[in-house]
Design a protein around this ligand. Sequence first.
Ligand SMILES: [Zn+2]
Length: 479
Amino acid sequence: MKLRCLVLATMITGFAIGTPGQQSAAPEIVTALRAGHVVDVENGRVLEKQVILLRGKKITAIGSDVKIPAGAMVVDLSTKTVLPGLIDCHTHLADGAQKENADPTSQLKKTASQVVLESAVNARVTLESGFTTVRDAGVYRALNDVALRDAINKGYIVGPRMFVAGAYITITGGAGAMTGYAPDIKLPWDLHYGEANSPWEVRQKVRLLAHDGVDQIKVLSTGAVLTHGSNPNSLEFTPEELQAAVDEARNFGLRVMVHAHATAGIKNAIRAGAASIEHAELIDDEAIALAKDHGTYLDMDIYDEECIQGESRPEDFLEHDRGLAEAQRRNFAKAVKAGVKMAFGTDSGVCPYEYSVRQFAFMVKYGMTPMQAIQSATIEAATLIGKPEQFGSIHAGKFADLIAVDGDPIADIRQLEHVTFVMKEAWPTNNRFEPIEPILLRLGRQRAFLQQRKRARCRGAPRRRWRLERWTYRKKNVG
Ligand SMILES: [Zn+2]
């Protein structure tokens, strides 16, 4: 009897319910998805009746005549349109509760741990709404984004694959600085980690951040809308400082994303070799031509205005913002028409995280075809991040990052506001999506629960504890 209990306990050790590492340690199982339609973003077309075969975390085949191996788990998406997982190239997932961030000085009321724990929700919501990858554009509390990225990668929490910047590289008192507090208050190191005021200081910050394990560098070329004592029309970093950032980042194999509202700041950043210009409200014809020549991506957050003006923001922020939204939407249309490379970036955190998908409809309204809007958030975004061989389209060898919608997103782009299936690295994301959700996982959990119960029996646990276990199981998996 005792021996039987020991064997059982050993089995359970490797098969616990919801253990950390579960997400990253997906077993090498074979899954076949039967898709009614598939958006082929590489060729700009929609394919019918496809089978997508997955092994472990990767896609191994896609086609109409792919044979489903015996024993494969089959997921029926035959009434749905399947797309690659979405990618948002400008998020702020690690700044804590979105509702409390209308004014950045709210960061001064919280510890870094508090902020990063609140951020776990932002990550989950972002993934559940269809974004399997994000390029995060900086944090007030330096390296909170690194912590969030790593916790997701280790499977401690659920969220999209994150590429992070670690901190804002900004002038003192500039667009990415913590401002709006009395000058005699001393900030902790992590609230001014990225401040730099010369090309050599910029290089030093890039070196520090590279050492800290960031994935890209975020530099602020001009003033900002949502910063006290800043002005979106002012130039902050000089061309020499921007050049130092790009050169130094290149030494570490990192790309640079540059925040810029004012026209001259946009041009300086393009000439310095930025990978992308963020916001780019006041881009003019010359800067559009420059971006095209240099192959610079534009990340224009043309939806979040709905939230800046719609929520209670400090008066100075609304003043900064005046006129910028119309200019940005007008210039977005111009840039699309000119054929500049465009990536999908929302500045999420300005709006609630679940609203990011609403930007697609705005991109179509202001000149993109639905296919272009989808490409900007898939293959184009993956190219900007520098990993198109890993994700961004449904292709053999890439990660099984897949989403599905019930209708046709090419006919009605707003279908993307109602994603009904999300899979990241072949791992179905959430309990909300019945009945597609993880038949296999559920069975696994059930088995683990039953084994735990047997183990409890072995120990002669009282009946009351079993009831508690059953309740915990139901709450985790049903309620
Ligand atoms: Zn931003």
